[in-house]
Structure formats: structure tokens, C-alpha cells
Write a protein that binds this ligand. Structure first.
Ligand code: BGC
Length: 753
């Protein structure tokens, strides 16, 4: 029985801005039975459907009966064409299906994981990556990607930080727009090589308690609006075609059934007009959340504003009954059905259901040399040089290099988590990349050094989904000795260590985010040789690197760089490309500091400086500062910042001022710097963060070259959601900070009148 009576949402049949589409859909819907309408709301996973057998599968029967609106997790034009044909030729009304996939950071040509793409701070590059992903996916039958994932997260224990945009709403919003534009284009129409984007996971999924995946979230509305909502909203403003509900609860109600979130905020406040899909089994999971049985949670999801049910089949199984019992209205079903049909219409599927099934394109536009070259360039841009003592990097192309570590010679680990369409035999290993880029004058030797982790079970869990690294049966001692032997007469040691690809991503939360035990012991032994040690760090999250920062000569964080990562690592290590990535998340000293993020509030008892003081907000056993701050990232050259100059010291709410710094490349080689603008609102009606990113520019300078970098500051950069959730800017003083990292800025102040 339903615990509460659900009233039909007073939602008349919505009309769009396209009368022709409205007429077409009115006409189609007038011919649809109730069952066919409910069928459109059903999105099953393709499961084990195989070419040639799809005709007889369970799902094929459902398609024939008009009980399926779309499918996902199906790869290959032939298979997709075959399934589409069942819908078009064998169902009563011949309504084509949507075909979705998690094209998260590329299709077969794979780009860096989204956290790493964010580390480029290069929105054109991200848009190009998404564009290439769209070209390849659309050439392969896919018209819908479940990307971008823009969940702000300040908890690196959560494995899905790998898929997200880091900790900052301003940067996250820019990335959200770039992804949406890359997938969908900018003109509101889908060309045949553009696909519908789905921003996810709405909302607050990245704030799960204790960093444990799928866990509860709970936060103030002010924090939601000011810190967590921005990237989703930016995607909506960029025209994203669909939104995915998150698994977590918001204000005690799972997002999937949260009407305030799905209708009041998303539709009414932000004006979203596309379709909303649940996450995988999101409806059924609400039974476990404890808010009702399948009938009730399905009804609540529909009434909250969900249109499409991914996998649960709660809509398919219960909506008719709920309608008969008057717990939902026909208008609710019509609304959801209409949004799904509109998406199909806009994608051009009614004109040509096989629009995305062009075998010619599939054969010529996927994993092309041009796409791979772009992936290599973008991967190199995403790497962050965390430390570089004595200019150990770049490497010289002579002498002897010892390459050591369990991630140095694994192909399957290169692309990173959520790369479902990739061919794992294609990416090269780090070792192969170094040999290729280093050339024949350098002697490169390899030893594995250790396993991923001492604990076999942890290692197994972190190398699933075909990302296996075979465990070496030798003892830790034997492997270590081999590593020390090949290092003994090397000029430099490259330690390729960190997380294998499935140690981050979905359901890969960690309570210890350091380099796993045996790998760390190996690193200590390599450092003890006294030779320069370069740590090439694979990481799907910010990691705790305090010891490494103190002892290792150089650290290049390469995240997971995609299919061309190996070559890109070679490019950067040998200096063909000067690294320019900047951290999109804070790297804490230890797990006890989490959540640690740069744009925090001041408190009434802030710690001044780094030293412990009694009765100040601090820890007895660790400073408040991170190892690496948000925005940090070095280069092979150095950049000098001049003082911040303002065009005026005061401005009105309708005015603007320009903040300028002179940036000089005073190092030895050409390089790119990401110049960052931060603002602090000194006094507000509510407390304000100590620093907020409000602008950034990538600047390329030759050695000795200087340039003025300008930022225009107007009221739009000063606004925030106040206690009443009004979006306001309040007169008063503001600090302007400009620099190359959040903790290295030049500062001045102005007044808003
Ligand atoms: C994930 C989503 C993904 C979906 C479909 C879920 O487990 O949370 O991000 O899009 O699966 O594969």
C-alpha cells in the first residue's frame, strides 16, 4: 500500500518552442496506448545482447510490445542497427529507440579522466575532447552519452572524484559547459556527428558522507546553491539535453523522488526543458532507502519529475496500477513520455532511425590518427608537475634510465576508469612510450619492483573489469632486489607507481589514499640509493603525498591520461612538452584533514600562519595546510607575477573594473601558465569563503617574455546566494588575488558601492 496519497502534479501538456515538433508529437501521442506511453519511459541495459541473437532476447520481445524507450551498454553499429530495426519495423508504432552509453572521457580514442581534463584548465581542449568523443560515438550508433559528471567533491576518499571536475564550482561550471558544447554543438540542433549529453549526478552525489560511495548527503541549502549546484546549472544553461538523478538522498529524500530538486529547482528555477533519467536502478534502490515499495517509489519518482527509469522497470511494472488507483495522473505519464519523444525528435531519429548507424563512418571516423594525436596533446596538458628539485626533469636523451614499478608495463591500466568503449590492447605502456619518445641513445631498463599492494584481495578489487595486472609470484624481496640491481648504475630512476585504474571510479572509495604499501616501500628503497628519483604518479584522486614531497626528487602526476597517455608521458618527461596542468583539487597531508578545500570559510578563530595555537581552529598533530594546494602545478620554466593593478579602487554595482598583473617568463624555456583570479568578499550578510576562484587564463610565454594579463570584474563575479537564497551582491570591500596557485597570489583590495 502507498503510505501517502500522491496528488497528480498540475502539469498541463507542456509545449515547446517548436510548433512543428509539438504537432508531430501530439499526433503520435494521440495514437499511443497507455502501455506504449509507459513503455517509452523504460530504459533497460542491453545486458548480454549479441549480434544475431538480439531477435530472440527478452528485451527484443519487450521492444516489439512497445515497452522500451531506449537502451544502453550496447556497442557496435551492427548490433545497434539490428535492435533499432526491431523497434522500427516490428513494434506497432515503429518509434525508434535512444541508444545511450557512458562515453565519459572519449570513446575508442580515450582522453584523460575528467578530473585530469579539468586539470588542463583548458576549456577549448575539453570541448575538443568531447567533440571527438561525439564523432566516434555517433559513428558507432550511440546518440546519447551519460556525461558530463560534474559532482563537486571535497573528499578524495570517494573514488568517483576521478570522473568529476574537482572541488571548485567556478572551474566545474566552465568544464560542464565545455563538455556539453563538445557533445551537442552550440546551435541547439544535433548534426549527425553530435550526441545528446546528460549532466550527472543531480545532485550532490560528490558530498557523500565519509567519502563512501552511494552514502547519504546532507547540507544546507546555502551551501547547495553557492558551492554544489553551479556546475549542473551551467550545463543546463549550455543547453544540455538530459539530466541524470543521483543515487543519494537530499534533505532526507532520495534525489530520484525529490520533487523540490527535480521540479522546483531544475525546471522552475533553472528552466530546464529536457529529459530526466534516473541512475542505474535508482528507482528500485529507494525501497532500500526505506521510502516505499516498488509501486510507491515509482509513483514518487514520476511525480518528482523523473521521465525515464534506468533499469528498475518500476515505471513499466507499476504506473498503470498507480494510475488506476488515481495515485498518479495521466498528465504525469504524458509529460514524461513527451520529453522522451522530444529528445528523439530533436536527435532526428523520427526522420531517420538509423542516422547514427552509418557503417562507413564507423569504419573511418573512430580511433583515427588525428583523434589520437589530439588525445596525446591533451593528455600532456593534463599532467601536473608537483615537484621538480634540481631541475631533474626534463630528462636528457642519453645515459641510463631505470624504469621501475608495477604500473610501468601495463597497457590495460592506461586509459583509466569508465572507458567502456576502449580497446585495451591498443594503448602503449609507459615503458613503451618512454622507449619510443626517448629514442635509441638512451638506455632504458625495466624492473617491476613489486605488486600493486601486499593484500591480494585489495589488488584484485582494484584491477577488475579486464584491467588485470597479473600478480607476480616472486617475493617482495626478490622483486626489490631486481629493481635495485637495474637502478645501481642508472643516471636516474623513474618510479611508475600509484593507483591502478579501478582503484578509483565507481564504488572504489578508499580510507587510505596514499601510495599502497609495497609500492611505497619500493619507493623508499629507491630514494635510499641516493640517485635522483622521478615519481610518475598514476592517480584517480588527490593522494596523500607528504613523505613523497619531502623525499622524492621530482613528481609528475599523470592521473590516467587515456589511450595516448604513454606517448604523452614520454613527451613531458623528455621535455618535448612543458607541463602546464594545475590541480583542480587540494592534496591533503593525511586523511584526517578531509574535507580540506581552498574555498573554505574563515571561522571565528582562524589559525594565523601554520603553527598550532591553543583555542584556534587547528589540529594538534598536523598543520591546516595541504601538501599541494588547489591550482598548484609547476613548469620547466618559472613565471614571475607583478603586483595586481586595478583600473579603479571603487566601482558601482553596474560598473566594472579591470585587474591586471604583469606575467614574466623568467626561466629557461617557453611555457604556458594558468593565471588564476580569486576574490574574497570581506564582509557579507552571511559568512563568505576566504577565497573563491573567479577567473583564469592560459598564457603562453617565450623565455624572457612578459605580458599584462587582464581580468574584468563586474557584479556577476561578486554575487552569491544569501540566507534567503536570493542571488545578490552586497556593497563593501573585496580582496582581489591573482597568482599561479590558490596559495601563491598577489593581492589588493577594492570597494563595491
Ligand atoms: C553510474 C552512472 C552511469 C550508469 C549507467 C551507474 O552505476 O552511477 O554514472 O551512467 O551506471 O552505466
Amino acid at each position: 500500500m502507498l503510505g501517502i496519497v500522491l496528488l497528480g502534479v498540475a502539469c498541463a501538456v507542456e509545449k515547446s518552442a517548436d510548433p512543428e515538433m509539438d504537432r508531430f508529437i501530439d499526433n503520435l501521442m494521440s495514437r499511443m496506448t497507455l502501455e506504449e506511453k509507459i513503455g517509452q519511459l523504460n530504459l533497460p541495459s542491453a545486458g548480454d545482447i549479441t549480434t544475431g541473437q538480439s531477435q530472440n532476447s527478452d528485451v527484443a520481445e519487450k521492444i516489439r510490445r512497445g515497452e522500451v524507450g531506449g537502451m544502453f551498454n550496447i556497442k557496435g553499429v551492427d548490433k545497434i542497427r539490428e535492435v533499432q530495426k526491431i523497434a522500427v519495423s516490428e513494434s506497432r508504432l515503429g518509434i525508434p529507440l535512444l541508444f545511450g552509453m557512458d562515453v565519459i572521457h572519449g570513446y575508442e580514442t580515450t582522453f584523460p579522466i575528467p578530473l585530469a581534463l579539468t586539470a588542463t584548465w583548458d576549456m577549448d581542449a575539453i570541448e575538443r575532447a568531447a567533440r571527438i568523443a561525439a564523432i566516434e560515438a555517433s559513428a558507432s550508433g550511440i546518440c546519447w552519452t551519460f556525461s558530463p559528471m560534474v559532482d563537486i567533491s571535497r573528499d578524495p576518499r570517494w573514488g568517483r572524484v576521478a570522473e568529476g571536475v574537482g572541488e571548485d564550482p567556478f572551474l566545474g561550471s566552465a568544464v560542464a559547459r565545455a563538455f556539453v558544447h563538445g557533445y551537442q554543438g552550440r546551435d541547439g540542433k544535433y548534426a549527425e556527428d553530435e550526441i545528446m549529453s546528460c549532466v550527472k549526478h543531480y545532485a550532490l552525489y560528490g558530498a557523500s558522507e565519509a567519502g563512501r560511495d552511494y552514502n547519504t548527503t546532507d547540507m544546507s541549502r546555502q551551501r547547495m546553491y553557492n558551492e554544489y549546484f553551479a556546475p549542473y546549472k551551467a550545463a543546463v544553461e549550455a543547453g544540455v539535453g538530459s539530466v541524470m538523478a543521483s543515487f543519494n538522498e537530499v534533505d532526507g529524500i532520495p534525489a530520484t523522488a525529490n520533487r523540490w530538486l527535480m521540479t522546483e529547482v531544475l525546471r522552475n528555477q533553472w528552466g530546464f526543458g529536457g529529459l530526466v533519467v534516473t541512475d542505474y536502478t535508482g528507482i528500485a534502490e529507494m525501497i532500500e532507502h526505506g521510502i516505499g515499495d516498488m509501486q510507491e517509489v515509482s509513483a514518487r519518482a514520476l511525480q518528482a519529475g523523473i521521465d525515464m527509469d534506468m533499469v528498475s522497470e518500476g515505471f513499466l511494472g507499476t504506473l498503470k496500477k498507480s494510475l488506476d488507483e488515481k495515485r498518479i495522473s495521466l498528465q504525469d505519464i504524458d509529460r514524461a513520455c513527451r520529453r522522451i519523444l522530444e529528445a528523439k525528435y530533436k536527435l532526428g531519429l523520427f526522420d531517420d532511425p538509423y542516422r547514427y548507424c552509418d557503417s562507413r563512418r564507423a569504419a573511418t571516423q573512430v580511433y583515427t590518427p588525428e583523434h589520437c594525436a589530439e588525445a596525446r596533446r591533451i593528455a600532456a596538458k593534463s599532467f601536473v608537475l608537483l615537484k621538480n628539485e634540481k631541475n631533474t626533469l626534463p630528462l636528457r636523451r642519453r645515459g641510463t634510465i631505470a624504469v621501475v614499478g608495477p604500473l610501468a608495463n601495463s597497457r590495460a591500466n592506461m586509459p583509466g576508469t569508465w572507458s567502456v568503449a576502449v580497446d585495451l590492447t591498443k594503448p602503449h605502456t609507459v615503458l613503451e612510450g618512454l622507449r619510443e619518445v626517448g629514442g635509441s641513445d638512451v638506455d632504458i631498463r625495466y624492473a617491476r619492483g613489486c605488486n600493486i599492494a601486499r593484500d591480494e584481495e585489495l589488488e584484485r578489487n582494484s584491477t577488475i573489469f579486464d584491467r588485470t595486472i597479473e600478480r607476480d609470484g616472486r617475493s617482495d624481496r626478490e622483486m626489490l632486489e631486481e629493481a635495485l640491481k637495474i637502478s645501481s648504475d642508472a643516471d636516474v630512476i623513474i618510479a611508475v607507481l600509484g593507483e591502478p585504474s579501478e582503484m578509483s571510479g565507481e564504488c572504489s572509495s578508499r580510507s587510505d589514499i596514499g601510495i599502497p604499501d609495497v609500492q611505497r616501500e619500493l619507493l623508499e628503497a629507491l630514494v635510499a640509493t641516493g640517485k635522483p628519483v622521478v615519481l610518475v604518479l598514476f592517480a584517480g584522486r588527490p593522494m596523500t603525498l607528504e613523505w613523497e614531497d619531502e623525499h622524492v626528487t621530482s613528481i609528475l602526476n599523470v592521473w590516467f591520461g587515456g589511450t595516448q597517455a604513454a606517448e604523452a608521458i614520454g613527451d613531458v618527461l623528455f621535455g618535448d612538452v612543458n607541463p602546464s596542468g594545475k590541480l583542480p583539487s587540494t592534496f591533503p597531508r593525511n586523511v584526517g584533514q578531509i574535507p580540506l578545500f581552498y574555498n573554505h570559510k574563515n571561522t571565528g578563530r582562524p589559525l594565523k600562519g601554520d603553527k598550532f595555537e591553543k583555542f584556534r581552529s587547528a589540529y594538534l598533530d598536523v598543520p591546516n595546510t595541504p601538501v599541494y594546494a588547489f591550482g598548484h602545478g609547476l613548469s620547466y620554466t618559472t613565471f614571475r607575477y607583478g603586483d595586481v593593478r586595478l583600473s579603479a579602487s571603487e566601482m558601482g554595482v553596474d560598473g566594472s573594473i579591470t585587474a591586471t598583473v604583469r606575467l614574466t617568463n623568467d626561466g629557461p624555456c617557453a611555457g604556458e601558465e594558468v593565471v588564476q583570479l580569486y576574490i574574497r568578499d570581506i564582509q557579507g550578510s552571511s559568512t563568505r569563503p576566504v577565497q573563491e576562484l573567479k577567473g583564469f587564463q592560459r598564457v603562453s610565454l617565450k623565455p624572457g617574455e612578459s605580458r599584462d594579463v587582464n581580468f574584468t570584474i563586474d557584479a556577476s563575479l561578486l554575487k552569491f546566494y544569501n540566507y534567503d537564497l536570493d542571488y545578490v551582491c552586497e556593497p563593501g570591500e573585496f580582496d582581489i588575488m591573482i597568482g599561479g596557485a590558490s596559495d601563491r597570489v598577489k593581492q589588493t583590495r577594492f570597494r563595491l558601492n
